[in-house]
Design a protein around this ligand. Sequence first.
Ligand code: FRU
Length: 493
Amino acid sequence: SDPAEMFRPSFHFTPEEHWMNDPNGMFYLDGTYHLYYQYYPEGNVWGPMHWGHATTKDLINWEHQDIALKPDEKGYIFSGSAVVDLENTSGFGNDSIPPVIAMFTYHDPEGEKAGDIDYQSQAIAYSNDSGYTWTKYQDNPVIPNPGLKDFRDPKMLRDTINDQWLMVLSANDRSFFYASENLKDWKKISEFGLNTGAHNGVWECPDFFPMKVEGSDEIKWVLIQSLNPGGYNGGSGTQYFVGDFDGKQFTPEKNMQNLEEKHPFWIDFGRDNYAGVTWSNLPGNRVLFMGWMSNWLYAQEVPTEKWRSSMTIPRDLILKKEDSVYQIYSEPFREFKNYRKQISVKNSGESNFVVSTDTGDFLQNQFTFELPLKDRKKVNFALTSKSGDTLQFGLDIPSKQFFVDRSKSGMVNFKDNFSGERSTAPRLIDSETLKVNFITDRTSIEIFYDNGRTVMTEIFFPEKPYDSFAILEEGLKPQNLKVYDVRMKLSKK
Ligand code: FRU
């Protein structure tokens, strides 16, 4: 069978063919979620960047749309964002529907080749048909390069607290903040990043937004900041900071002002969730996040070839304050539970817990359960296939380290650093019960431990689909186990 199709996930977004990286310009309008993405429509590795486009009404079924933005004489179209200009502050609107404004980075490959450093600048485009067709602004760039080699990935938002448009972008290993009244004229207002967080790489793809602390009326501001390399497990990774914003300057909480390289504030500790950002213009205070489910360490070599890379499932982010520490939890997007059907499974293990399913595989499933950890040293889970491939993951209890080991998960030899060492993640709560919630979709696992406090997302390529799930420790049984098949159709309202 064709590996390109056998490895293609079903409810995670993938391009029909060719290369994709970061999610861009995500916004919501009138029941439709828009996704643009870094796209090279002529090859299966990174190349001259376009913005591909897809839409969804349910976050499960995706529709491909025409390419939204193409490179021109000013350069390639790098990552960026989009906002709905409800009050037509930009003046780009022309009738009853609000204009949508996108900001992206122009990357001038000629300047790069010539050895210049000022080849990245910020530019805008607008849409008068809710995001399907775009016109580039005639006076681009709106923010010229200030003499910095890495100067990109603008993320805009409407700051309703201070009544202004805001934008944050990445500059070498700092975040720069800008403000505007009309989305065309931008003024730099502050910088962030000195002395804190992971810096062993270039900062990329930031996001910035206020969040209500769960269970209170307190508002905190969150800065998401991807970097590559230098992620928690090497390569690409996404850290975050929580703090206050006075309309100009972001000030992180005390405990986040001097974070070391290997600090515990990461949106996802797994190897495959990068450059993620949130949708703009969502109703309510919802913070809905999605990342690129790959890693620059090996993204261009994965064995899908015809298409490369998929997105994570969208996730609701929740800000909690526990023991005076603010931290972000992630959960599969709320409506996901309407697209699954519980299936029955029977333990067939002799001394340990093993389940398989009547459908013959665990291609697209969700497992939720709890495990008593008392008097145990470790927990090892295994997803295994008839080809003998096995993905192991679990927890070392004394050291409070989760891990994913994909060294025997299937095809791994396409790149040395794909299997390599296990990835690890800290367990950040003390509880004698481990809550596990994981989702598979052919070639990915997204594990939400402890209600989403520690998340690990990883991809893999087994020769045959995994068809059994086991807990390797003797006598260790899951409690409240629920196994679901994920459906593409609404199964309940
Ligand atoms: C992150 C990134 C961005 C850049 C884009 C280019 O993965 O390097 O910083 O805008 O990809 O495709």
